[in-house]
Design a protein around this ligand. Structure first.
Ligand code: HEC
Length: 76
C-alpha cells in the first residue's frame, strides 16, 4: 500500500504533505474526497485500504505509539 500511496499521492505534491498530518480516519476520508476532487485517482476498491494505511501511519494516535514514523517519501 505504501507504494500505491506514493504513486497516487505524490503526483501533485511532496509526500511530506501527507506525512506531516495527524488525522483521524474520518478526516483522511474528507481529505481523500478533496484530493479526488482535485484530480487524484483513487479507485473505490483501494479507498478502504488507503484509509487504513493513512490512519495507521498518520493517524492521531500515532504520536503515543512506538514512535516509528513511516515515511512515504524516503523508504523504499
Ligand atoms: C491531482 C493532484 C493531486 C493529487 C493526485 C493528490 N493531491 Fe493532495 N493536494 C493537492 C493540492 C493542489 C493540495 C493543496 C490544496 C490546498 O492547499 O488547498 C493538496 C494538499 C494535500 C494535503 C494537505 C492538506 C490540505 O488539505 O491542504 C494532504 C494531506 C493531501 N494533499 C493528501 C493527499 C493524498 C493522501 C493523496 C493521494 C490519495 C493526494 N493528496 C493526491 C493535489 C493533489
Amino acid at each position: 500500500m505504501q507504494a500505491k500511496v506514493k504513486a497516487t499521492c505524490t503526483q501533485c505534491h511532496n509526500a511530506s504533505r501527507i506525512t506531516e498530518q495527524h488525522l483521524s480516519r474520518q478526516e483522511w476520508s474528507t481529505e481523500l474526497d478533496k484530493m479526488v476532487a482535485l484530480g487524484a485517482e483513487v479507485p473505490d476498491s483501494d479507498r478502504a485500504a488507503l484509509l487504513s494505511y493513512l490512519t495507521k501511519n498518520f493517524g492521531p494516535e500515532k504520536s503515543g505509539k512506538s514512535g516509528v514514523k513511516k515515511s512515504v517519501s524516503q523508504t523504499q
